[in-house]
Design a protein around this ligand. Structure first.
Ligand code: SF4
Length: 312
């Protein structure tokens, strides 16, 4: 199976080619809002899940078929990328092979207390750790972490990264209705983030089908109100993806579509943009996947998402 997926329509990154080096769904947390479904392997153990050379070959294959298909390379997965042990070695090799493409790592931030993980991340152009809670109670309820993780360990790790790391540090906060959107929690998050002083704070909310049914995001008005708790000038609410398509010659579209929605449920419009195909081609590929019962549809906030069948 290829370790490269997309390009993915990202609201933050534009057209991002995903690199996935962790088996689904291996993670140190089991967040209620996760768009990749429930965690099946809850762990803190780092492993070399795949050979770095295999990832480089997958990237070469992708770019030989779709040369202009990505603006950034993003380590992101249906799981936690820093659980990949040779992460630093691989990032350095990817940067050497594709020097014009920025490398970004999206991480849940749960291993940042480990100096080896922080050292691995120094090779990336941008690191985007998540931080959803400061209080232990909210952290446990919302992120459902591995038993050895605590909120204070998360905060300690993020502060240490901010001191060590010289690239772009953007912190993502996922706001979930009835969980971490109380004034007290947001006030505490804002205070902590002012101290860490990242380049940017990205305020996100649940807009895709969540792992735990009933988990909901904040309304646009509530997000605007929430933003007042976060550091002025550097905090922004993430908007919907607006990027343009790069038309790509078609090859095995149903498989590419399935690979995409396994990592992130998408609307049809997003898939058309991301995969660079016509609406007709996308509709035909979707029909094949639906007929073989590999994907289904999931309605949320008036939008229809295509998900792997197990999620619908
Ligand atoms: S949202 Fe991220 S950290 Fe949370 S369970 Fe999913 S993959 Fe893991």
């Amino acid at each position: 199976m290829t370790t490269v997926f997309g390009s993915v329509p990202s609201r933050r990154l534009g057209r991002s080619l995903g690199i996935d080096v962790v088996p689904p769904k291996t993670c140190s947390m089991d967040c209620v809002y996760c768009e990749s479904g429930p965690t099946t392997c809850l762990t803190l153990e780092r492993k070399p899940f795949v050979e770095p050379g295999k990832v480089l070959r997958d990237l070469d294959t992708h770019f030989s078929r779709y040369p202009q298909s990505a603006e950034v390379l993003t380590f992101s997965s249906a799981g936690e990328p820093t659980l990949y042990e040779p992460l630093g070695e691989l990032i350095r090799a990817v940067k050497k092979r594709f020097p014009v493409l920025p490398v970004i790592v999206l991480t849940n931030g749960s291993l940042l207390w480990d100096s080896r993980v922080r050292a691995d991340l120094t090779a990336a152009d941008r690191v985007v750790p998540s931080l959803d809670a400061v209080s232990e109670e909210v952290f446990q309820k919302l992120n459902r972490p591995h038993g050895r993780l605590t909120a204070s360990l998360m905060l300690e790790g993020l502060e240490a990264l901010a001191k060590d790391y010289s690239g772009q540090l953007h912190v993502e906060v996922m706001l979930v209705s009835g969980m971490n959107d109380t004034p007290q929690e947001m006030e505490a998050l804002g205070r902590f983030l002012r101290r860490v002083d990242p380049e940017r704070v990205e305020l996100n909310t649940v807009v895709r089908p969540p792992s735990e049914p009933g988990t909901t995001g904040l309304s646009p008005e509530a997000m605007q109100r929430a933003a007042r708790f976060f550091p002025d000038g550097i905090s922004r609410i993430i908007g919907r993806y607006q990027g343009g398509a790069v038309m790509q010659p078609e090859a095995n579209l149903p498989a590419r579509m399935l690979s995409l929605v396994k990592r992130r449920p998408c609307t049809m419009d997003e898939m058309i943009l991301s995969l660079g195909v016509s609406p007709e081609e996308a509709a035909q590929a979707l029909k094949k996947l639906e007929d073989s019962r590999r994907v289904g549809r999931y309605a949320l906030h008036g939008r229809e998402y295509i998900c792997p069948r197990s999620r619908t």
